[in-house]
Design a protein around this ligand. Structure first.
Ligand code: NCD
Length: 309
């Protein structure tokens, strides 16, 4: 595996290997010195053309915990603002001698294009509405911590703005490959045509008592061409997680959200008050999963995997 662009590129064996490795790295991240020399001498660049807090920090933390050098390309202060095109920007960075580029871009397919231009490994950290493979991996890792890798019989509801969500596209795909059944819940205007091969429903109350995983999404207004939800209050009323709905969840149900969370819109309870919330676990696991991805793509030093710094 040289690049990670889409969940579709992963075989079942790749997936198992990444999840196993993420488990090992999770234990590294819990050590007093959470660092291994596995990628010493390698350079990882984060190239984010869209806003991000957790994904960028998560990748940078992962690279540092593997002892890689990290370069951060900040679009806001770069020559992109002077009109430099993607290809020239990428070629310039590559000429500095780098091993991997973690790319987030507003256009679907941009990370794949970059693989045609430079030799480094490319990791897709979100491209338009298309894919967000490391989010899907960390979500899957988080669920399998509880349920193992056979998700058959498990019911997952992904709630909210599925239409604009690369997370929903990637995560639903991976959950279903492991056997879970996924229903997409939201107003018709926010559900994708064809339903991504999942069930669809426009009434959260109808399904909430029955699900094992409630996966909430943010409304991605920056990707909407028009106001698809005219009234936020009505949206919250119909699709928000409030106290009444939280009380309808099964005792064993878990609640997830990729972040950033909009309190008062889709999240009307304090997630810290939900016994089943795995939202911070998702963030914690994200670092371990991204360590596994970077280690795999860059073929980390033999013996460098677990040995302490
Ligand atoms: C998601 C994204 O950027 O697609 N966030 C993330 O990576 N943690 C979801 C979102 O922005 O709503």
């Amino acid at each position: 595996m040289k690049h990670l662009l889409s969940i579709a590129d992963l075989t079942r064996a790749d997936l198992d290997e990444l999840l196993d490795l993420a488990g090992s790295f999770l234990s590294v991240t819990q050590r007093e010195t959470p660092k291994v020399p596995a990628l010493r001498g390698r350079t990882v660049v984060s190239l984010f053309f869209e806003d991000s807090t957790r994904t960028r920090l998560s990748f940078e933390t992962a690279a540092k915990r593997l002892s890689a050098d990290v370069m951060v390309f900040s679009v806001a202060t770069s020559s992109v603002k002077k009109g430099e095109g993607l290809r020239d920007t990428v070629a310039t960075i590559a000429a500095m001698g780098i091993d991997a580029v973690v790319v987030r871009h507003g256009s679907a397919g941009a990370p794949r294009r970059i693989t045609e231009w430079i030799d480094a490994s490319i990791v897709n950290a979100g491209d338009g509405r298309h894919q967000h493979p490391t989010q899907a991996l960390l979500d899957t890792f988080t669920i399998t911590q509880h349920r193992g890798r056979d998700l058959s019989g498990m019911k997952v509801a992904i709630v909210g703005d599925v239409r604009h969500s690369r997370v929903a596209r990637s995560t639903s795909d991976l959950f279903r490959r492991l056997g879970a059944s996924v229903v997409l819940v939201g107003p018709g205007t926010l559900l994708p045509a064809g339903g991504l091969g999942c069930g669809t429903c426009d009434d959260l109350d109808q399904v909430i008592g029955d699900v094992d995983v409630l996966y909430m999404l943010r409304m991605q207004r920056e990707r909407m061409d028009s106001a698809l939800v005219p009234d936020t209050a009505e949206y919250s009323e119909r699709f928000g997680l409030d106290r009444r709905r939280a009380a309808m969840l099964k005792q064993t149900a878990i609640v997830m959200h990729p972040g950033p969370m909009n309190r008062g819109v889709e999240m009307l309870v304090d997630p810290a008050s939900l016994p089943g919330s795995r939202i911070l676990a998702q963030v914690r696991n994200g670092v371990a999963v991204r360590m596994a991805v970077l280690f795999t793509l860059l073929g980390g030093a033999p013996g460098g995997l677990m040995e302490a710094q």
